[in-house]
Design a protein around this ligand. Structure first.
Ligand code: G3P
Length: 223
């Protein structure tokens, strides 16, 4: 499963990139608004750090506006992917975008039928939001299972990005189901490698090593 980071914060992106396991970035208007920097400038900086797909979202609600914003956004860098909402207007925009070779990421996906239609329209990626479904007492991961099954039924190549991930179990479940990608906030990425037994184990090894050194130096032996 590929790992994308879900942020527009450069420090977080740089730190995660150093881990050597980052495959791409997803942004949205809320995440870019937090940075208080001109979005095009920020997106360019992000694309300079990460060579994989970087999603940038259109704001327009009608298909013509979406297509024209998409054409502006792709000028930022060759790895920009256009995020389009799962609406009828988004669907109408998808055909033109995919026939122009523009990669798309259909966002705010909350149903398998949305996922099927955007795939038929040529979506490169679809982003089902699991956390926001959990928030309203719907099993977010059931949506991932459904989309995965439907895409397999019809050998659809649209890639599933599990989005709105809130904790490591979302990430783990996404991998169990076989989602193509998980887009994960930095705080959750950090937790993925954390284990208290690893920390306790390291401490114990270091303590024992120190004791050995002490014992050997007491006997006049260097190690
Ligand atoms: O990738 C979508 C994500 O940014 C939404 O996450 O936590 O606002 O539901 P959240």
């Amino acid at each position: 499963m590929k790992l994308f980071i879900d942020t527009a914060n450069l420090e977080e992106i740089k730190k995660a990139n150093l881990y050597g396991v980052l495959d791409g970035v997803t942004t949205n208007p809320t995440l870019l608004a937090k940075e208080r920097i001109q979005p095009t400038v920020q997106l360019k900086k992000i694309c300079d750090i990460v060579k994989g797909p970087v999603s940038a979202e259109v704001i327009s609600l009608d298909s013509e506006g979406m297509v024209s914003q998409a054409k502006e956004l792709i000028r930022i860098a060759s790895n920009i992917v256009i995020k389009v909402p799962c609406t009828v207007e988004g669907l109408k925009a998808a055909r033109e975008l995919s026939s122009s070779g523009i990669k798309t990421n259909f966002t705010l996906c909350f149903s398998p039928t949305q996922a099927l239609l955007v795939a038929k329209a040529g979506a490169t990626f679809v982003s089902p939001f699991v956390g926001r479904l959990d928030d309203i007492s719907h099993e977010g991961m059931d949506l991932i299972r459904d989309i995965k099954m439907i895409y397999e039924n019809y050998k659809i190549s649209t890639q599933i990005i599990v989005a709105s991930i809130r904790h490591p179990i979302h990430f783990l479940e996404a991998a169990r189901i076989g989602a193509d990608i998980a887009t994960v906030p930095f705080g959750v990425i950090e937790k993925l490698m954390k284990h208290p037994l690893t920390d306790i184990g390291i401490q114990r090894f270091l303590d024992d090593w120190r004791k050995l050194n002490q014992a050997l130096s007491n006997s006049g032996i260097e190690i």
